[in-house]
Design a protein around this ligand. Structure first.
Ligand code: SF4
Ligand code: SF4
Length: 381
């Protein structure tokens, strides 16, 4: 397993996590085997947003004796009404479901307490305002029942507002090449409508882009958790409306290449699906190559770095993807916020001999040497 730091909190998190959504109605033995497969390979992040008692009980059994090895994300705002999933901002009800999660998981703390599904401006203000769920999360954190506060969202302006508030340390977002073709402020329902992908993207989209959000998170040390890296399986289907078709490894490679992303949490129904995600760890660079996304006609990628490192190896060992990512983050957020990360690179841009071999290899036709020069200008070496 490979691990990354969970943003400014500095905790090591496995780059492959487990999204439990599709296990909600699975039998106990399936959940136990999926959890065992994941944990045996070093997975240490599980997102458990569901409120159903059975799945909570089953995860409690599956994690027994190994609870301390895993970070569990539980969600404030995800409850049930008449047996159906129900998003609520009723603090008392949310606290009841939080305590229920502790009991059923047989634990006395949750690692990441997520403010669940905050997508609208008035909802954001309610959640972050007086008497809102943030207050509850802060109290639970003070009481030692929750460690780190996060938020899940699907819309860029709201997510950016929360990131800039300084209150959240983790942001959970859908990240996949299909959704990234869409404007940053699209409603979640529209993401799953075929017609959305046929509309021409406005030339001037005044809302911040998803990429700007990723850079803001990277700059501020807010850890990004990539949910829906397979676009709910769409990306495996040749007829999906985005026109992008990838393997699980390519999807994970895409999500993990985006700035700020610490872990991707694919939803896995079976041990085979969990193993398919874990093959990312052994995959070759060719298998991780997601440059096929460029075949999509609505995707205008040429000239824009995807931080994929398909241009490596560099003869002087520059990590071109990371250098370019840090330069881009500095462009969005100022270089002082990422200068330390740049300084920690074993080889910096000033080692470049301008041999140009990287640009020849880049599937996105990026002017790599120009970016390298920009890095020297930005960071001084
Ligand atoms: S320069 Fe090209 S190949 Fe290299 S990281 Fe950027 S997009 Fe990938
Ligand atoms: S041009 Fe610079 S960054 Fe690219 S491969 Fe050559 S030395 Fe490495």
């Amino acid at each position: 397993m490979q691990y990354r730091k969970l943003g400014r909190k500095g905790v090591d998190v496995s780059i492959i996590g487990l999204g439990a959504e599709y296990l909600e109605h699975a039998p106990l033995d399936t959940i136990v085997s999926v959890v065992n497969t994941a944990l045996d390979e070093g997975v240490n992040y599980i997102d458990l947003f569901m409120a159903s008692p059975d799945v909570r009980d089953n995860f409690g059994i599956a994690l027994k004796d190994r609870r301390h090895r895993v970070m569990v994300a539980g969600h404030l705002g995800s409850t049930l009404k008449n047996g159906q999933p129900n998003r609520t901002r009723d603090s008392a009800l949310c606290e009841h479901y939080f305590e229920d999660l502790l009991t059923r998981l047989q634990t006395d703390y949750i690692d990441i307490i997520m403010l669940f599904f905050v997508d609208e401006a008035d909802d954001h203000d309610k959640v972050f305002g007086p008497g809102g769920l943030l207050e509850l999360a802060l109290r639970l954190q003070k009481e030692g029942k929750a460690r780190i506060i996060g938020m899940s969202s699907h819309r860029v302006p709201i997510a950016l507002k929360a990131v800039n508030s300084g209150y959240i340390d983790v942001l959970m977002l859908p990240i996949n090449p299909a959704i990234d073709t869409l404007p940053g402020d699209i409603e979640v329902e529209a993401v799953w409508q075929a017609s959305t992908y046929r509309q021409p993207r406005p030339e001037r989209d005044s809302t911040p882009s998803r990429r700007e959000l990723y850079h803001a998170c990277a700059a501020r040390g807010v850890a990004v958790v990539a949910m829906k890296p397979y676009a709910a399986g769409w990306l495996f289907n040749k007829k999906n409306p985005s026109g992008i078709v990838l393997t699980p490894v390519q999807c994970l490679s895409y999500a993990l290449s985006q700035p700020g992303v610490c872990t991707a949490v694919p939803g896995c129904r079976t041990t085979n699906e969990m193993r398919a995600a874990l093959t990312y760890l052994e995959a070759t660079n060719e298998e991780k190559d997601y440059s096929a996304i460029d075949t999509n006609t609505i995707w205008k990628l040429q000239g824009s770095c995807m931080y994929c490192n398909h241009c490596l190896p560099c003869p002087v060992s520059i990590d071109i993807g990371t250098v370019t990512r840090l330069v881009d983050t500095a462009r969005y957020a100022g270089n002082s916020l990422v200068a330390t990360q740049y300084e920690s690179l074993p080889v910096t841009a000033s080692a470049c001999t301008e041999c140009g071999i990287c640009a020849e290899r880049c599937p996105f036709k990026v002017d790599v040497v120009a970016n390298i020069k920009q890095a020297i200008a930005t960071f001084g070496r």
